[in-house]
Design a protein around this ligand. Structure first.
Ligand code: SF4
Ligand code: SF4
Length: 187
């Protein structure tokens, strides 16, 4: 059983995450990584990151970019057959990385800013915009490799050239403003 006083990173992460003790039941099925929209930018899928955590590869876990590319979409969490709070575990792992001095300065900030910017303006992510605004700067070769897939998605109407605004944007804006207030930020 996880205890907060344990020196083992796995135990600390489980103890500091609501429902985190369920991580011990991870089946390594890969559903989380297969569901994750950010997996291609992560150096390890959530499944792999958890395997590393259980193998006490603490340095590799704490320096991984995986939690930093997590956009909190909760796809993994709702699909996990073991009801593991994967998204919340990513938050705990970010805190642990910061405490250990492994705050990533390279790519997560602009990615997060781009993603949040679209959500605040349109109520949803805009994949084509993320690709052009972020991927071209940080992963130009990957962008070229993915170009064919992007073209196919455009042809089939799965990717839009312009952002699509949700219907009840004022309601979402009010929710976001309240969340910022609760987080102690200026709106
Ligand atoms: S979906 Fe759940 S059980 Fe499967 S690998 Fe991910 S965390 Fe483990
Ligand atoms: S919550 Fe994070 S880790 Fe889970 S699917 Fe979404 S981006 Fe990936």
């Amino acid at each position: 059983m996880a205890t907060p006083s344990s020196t083992r990173l796995l135990d600390q992460v489980m103890a500091e995450t609501p429902g985190g003790e369920t991580l011990i039941g991870c089946l390594q099925c890969g559903t989380c990584g297969g569901s994750c929209p950010s997996a291609s930018d992560m150096d390890s899928t959530p499944r792999r990151l958890f395997a590393m955590l259980m193998a006490d590869m603490d340095e590799d876990v704490l320096t991984s970019n995986t939690p930093w590319f997590c956009v909190s979409c909760y796809y993994c969490t709702v699909r996990c057959p073991q009801d593991i709070p994967i998204t919340d575990l990513m938050y705990t792992l970010k805190q642990k990385a910061i405490q250990a001095g492994h705050y990533h300065q390279d790519a997560h900030a602009p990615f997060s800013e781009s993603f949040i910017g679209y959500v605040e303006q349109y109520g949803r992510s805009f994949e084509f915009g993320l690709a052009t605004r972020f991927q071209l700067v940080h992963h130009p070769l990957a962008t070229v490799r993915k170009g064919g897939l992007g073209f196919q998605m455009l042809r089939k109407g799965r990717l839009h050239m312009t952002p699509q605004k949700i219907k009840n944007m004022p309601q979402l804006s009010a929710i976001l403003s309240k969340a910022k207030q609760l987080a102690g930020q200026e709106v």
